[in-house]
Design a protein around this ligand. Structure first.
Ligand code: NDP
Length: 385
């Protein structure tokens, strides 16, 4: 690579953010850290900045500004604070790419600012496309912005599509590990604890997505994300459970041929592919050994026991702001499950309740999404209390 890509990492202190920085360590000649951001973890943000010397950092929590400023000002690193700073920093002229690794709805606004400023996006924050897929994809098309998927399943599909030009897709198949509760029925799921839900068998991830994986909501969100990334109809998106997480997803073309992308479950691969595209950069990450995986197995999801996947399909079919309602309800559900205020199965009850109660809008604007998110959070909080 002749010119280094200058990259902003929104959410640098999280699971995706820290793994992205490992990719930077592996490829100092290809990528340069221009911006790092965090919400509250000032200590790690400072440590990362001392190593990678970004141009600017943003700390979301304004109360932590002084601490970060005092540590980084001597290094000539600019320090900004607050939510608006997050939206302004992505407009920096030098930036070539913005990696959106903030968790949840909070990722929407800065992603929109980055697209408006014409920056290409490496998208980990799937909630952005779940909430406002129609708006985001339209904005990206108008601004000539590419959205490179970071989610391993969507990266797999993206990789399968390279070189296929305009060959029509018959369907895609998203693989799901099934999470820690695979095979459990409703009665067993009623008893599961937060600690069990936080132990994912194959992936080390942030708390929210780990709970989403255990409840199958993660796959539901990914179905909606896939619709927007690859311009698919709902009927073209299937889910299959694949406990080993080696086949990351598949595309079936109109001749019946299936292409799959495989590899060890390691998020550094899709992060690196999104940042380096169209190049495949060399890496020293561990390699897959067939003898470690004598069997790769596949099974149907169980929609009766794991209702969230069905709710996500329902939201996608309904369209409009229904996926935004689903997402807001789910964020409140996960937050309260993590605080031991509701049980595992009550998360689906809560989401279903919000989908029935929140105001439906066929063609929402950005302001409508904001209002819908707020209304749903109020309904959800009322349901819990
Ligand atoms: P984490 O919870 O580990 O990290 C979240 C990051 O976002 C942290 O840097 C956090 O800062 C920051 N953050 C949290 N809330 C806010 C906010 N309100 N405003 C600004 N910044 C905020 O999440 P993950 O890395 O696991 O996930 C990030 C995104 O990537 C999610 O959308 C997830 O679905 C997606 N993803 C994650 C995968 C994974 O393997 N982890 C795989 C595929 C997709 P602080 O540390 O200071 O709180």
């Amino acid at each position: 690579m002749l010119n280094k890509k200058k990259i902003a990492i929104l959410g640098a202190t999280g699971s995706i953010g820290t793994q992205a920085l490992e990719v930077f360590r592996e490829h100092p000649d290809a990528f340069e850290v221009e911006v790092l951001t965090a919400a509250n973890n000032a200590d790690l943000l400072i440590k990362q900045s001392q190593e990678f010397l970004p141009n600017t950092v943003v700390i979301g929590n304004e109360a932590l500004y002084d601490q970060v400023f005092q540590a980084l000002d001597p290094l000539n690193i600019k320090v900004w604070a607050g939510e608006n700073a997050l939206c302004r920093v992505v407009e920096m002229e030098e930036l070539n790419l913005v990696l959106t690794a903030i968790v949840g709805y909070a990722g929407l606004k800065p992603t929109m600012s980055a697209i408006n400023a014409g920056k290409h996006i490496a998208l980990a924050n799937k909630e952005t496309l779940v909430v406002a897929g129609a708006l985001i994809t339209q904005m990206a098309a108008e601004k000539g912005v590419n959205i490179y998927p970071v989610d391993s399943e969507h990266s797999a599909i993206f990789q399968c599509l390279v070189g296929e030009f305009h060959n029509p897709i018959e369907k895609i198949v998203l693989t799901a590990s099934g999470g820690p509760f695979r095979g459990m029925k409703t009665e067993q799921l009623r008893q599961v604890t937060k600690a069990q839900a936080l132990k994912h068998p194959n992936w080390e991830m942030g708390a929210k997505i780990t709970i989403d994986s255990a409840s199958m909501m993660n796959k539901g969100l990914e179905v909606i994300e896939a619709k927007w990334l690859f311009a698919l109809r709902t009927e073209q998106i299937e889910v299959v459970v694949h406990p080993q997480s080696i086949v990351h997803s598949l595309v079936q073309f109109q001749d019946g041929s299936l292409k799959a992308q495989m590899g060890l479950p390691d998020m550094k691969l899709p992060i690196q592919y999104a940042m380096g595209y169209p190049e495949r950069l060399a890496s020293t990450y561990p390699r897959f050994q067939f003898t470690d995986y004598p069997q790769l197995t596949f099974e149907q999801p169980d929609p009766k026991s794991f209702r969230n996947l069905g709710l996500a399909y329902e939201a996608l079919k309904k369209g409009g702001n229904m996926p935004c309602i689903l997402n807001a309800a789910n964020e409140v559900a996960v937050e309260n499950f993590l605080k031991d205020r509701i049980g595992f199965l009550e998360m689906s009850d809560l989401i279903e309740h919000c989908m029935a109660k929140a105001s439906f809008m066929e063609k929402p604007t950005y302001e409508d999404y904001v209002a819908s998110d707020e209304e749903t959070r109020n309904i959800a909080t009322g349901f819990i209390n």
